[in-house]
Design a protein around this ligand. Sequence first.
Ligand SMILES: Nc1ncnc2c1ncn2[C@@H]1O[C@H](COP(=O)(O)OP(=O)(O)OP(=O)(O)O)[C@@H](O)[C@H]1O
Ligand SMILES: [Mg+2]
Length: 620
Amino acid sequence: MSALPDPNDEAQGRAYDHRLAQRLFAFLVPYRRQVGFAVIITLGAAGVQLAYPWLTKEAIDLGIRHRDTYQLDRIALAYLSALLMGMGLGYLQTQIMQRVGQSLMRDLRARIFRHLQQLPVAYFDRQPVGRLMTRVTNDVDVINEMFTAGIDALFGDLFILIGIVIAMARLNVELLVVTFSVLPLMIIVTLTFRTKVRSAFRDVRTSLARLNAFMNENLGGMSTVQLLGREERNHEAFRTINALHRDANLRANRIHAVFFPLLELVSAMALALIVWYGGRQVMWTGITLGTLVAFIQYTQRFFRPLSDLSEKYGILQQAMASAERIFELLDTPIDPAAAKLDAGVGDRAGSGENVASGAHAPAARAERAIRIEFDHVWFAYVDEHWVLEDVSFTIEPGERVAVVGATGSGKTTLTSLLLRFYTPQRGTIRVDGRPLSEWEPTALRDRIGLVLQDVFLFSGTVGSNLTYGGVPVSPEQARAAAAEVHADTLIERLPGGWDSEVRERGATLSSGEKQLLAFARALARDPELLVLDEATSSVDTHTERLIQSALRRLLSGRTSLVIAHRLSTIHDVDRIVVLHHGRIRESGSHAELMAAGGLYRRLVQLQYLGTADDAATAQK
Ligand SMILES: Nc1ncnc2c1ncn2[C@@H]1O[C@H](COP(=O)(O)OP(=O)(O)OP(=O)(O)O)[C@@H](O)[C@H]1O
Ligand SMILES: [Mg+2]
């Protein structure tokens, strides 16, 4: 079920993986100067931190005890300068690391998106969109956190800890030993609670992921939810997941509520020990009061970076897990054909001038016409579950071929293979005599106009949807194409006309409207081959007539492959191919097939009698 998060998303790996770290740091290379600068600044800021207790000691021992106001003023001034410097350095450090972190995230996201665009279409059959979104957002964020809150602060923390130990040792070794006698207790408390906290937060994240997945699915399918009256049941399911999330959060908070006071207690004990033991030393031996005060301050400054360090360990661990998932995605082999996509962009910019200069005259079409040949093609989406078996047919230049067949007989699959979204296991598909594998996908796709079964429109304006794509399409061409398929009246009827907003996937347009827009979009590119996967959804008779007539205009004199559900649309195509369970059963003109009295004739009769659904059932 989709509400279950991928266990892989929650894996907690090692805190440090050399191979992963190396690949991550490769992304830092362009920013090495800034990072180096930030590390130096961090060390400087840590040094300033070490100075405060030392200055306090000097103030007490040199100034206050000797009643030397001059010294005291000087030290107070030094303290003030140190404070200001610490503030300035802290600001600089944050600014630099934030800049580096944000740039790094931008680079990573760009890499991921670029890679995603080149992955074979089959990859997206297996990967839920939600998980891929997580790669681009969450995982990248976690890595950013490692760089901004982790790496350079790690240097700072380590530096401070070492610096404090050295400073304390120089002040008084005996007091140092006393202070550190509580350290084992401190470490035990921290380690015990760290693991508890981490597992609690993992539960919080898992339950949140389930909550999001559940919301996502049910909001997306709201009309179906309401139609089927699933509100109560969904509400119940939601309540369960919701309660789990609350419990996980409460558990995490409970652990926190115990952990921090306990930590406070231990460090307070260390302080008490110093005051008690050190106080005696001040009274009976030579230790100065300043030393004792400095010690107290150092102790307070010591425990914070210590607990920070263990938190940073957790961040590092998460970042490595995120990095692993991101690199796994980046390592997914891209479609070797799509890889050439980038190379093809340049060529197209050149050919775009031809389009603009009017090389689109229909007269030129005959010589540009395209020849398609399916040669004993076998294809399965999974293993050996053949969807197409030994399919062979040709479409001669200028010929109009229709494919008909029951639902699931493999019609859409044919078009996916032709456009190289998938590769057949056996057999060859040739375009103009050259196998598909030898074609550059862009060069090929640019010559094909495609209208898919479910029309996909991008968000933007209606106009931009028609001019969208690698082949340059001028607004005039778009308008001409729209007029040819009768989409212009429809567009002008829309509230904003050509500038009407198209929402996500064209959610605000009707199926018929989308279909007409898709026709216009395909025609505007003036493709040599038109591939049309007719939508099964029914439209009103007026729109139906518009679509019918638009179709005729689209197909006239153009090499085309039409997948038809309304058999009435294809009476006048040159040839009809009947597909049955992935095999070609019949082929010929409408008249020939009707005369033959086979599957096609039965389909046509059934469609005249009843609905297409009956026809589909009858075929089985
Ligand atoms: N991405 C995919 N992964 C696995 N199986 C698929 C995939 N797409 C389609 N199939 C299966 O392949 C078979 C043929 O599907 P196809 O979409 O080609 O049918 P169709 O003839 O276009 O049907 P319809 O008339 O309903 O559009 C079906 O059994 C379908 O379940
Ligand atoms: Mg289909």
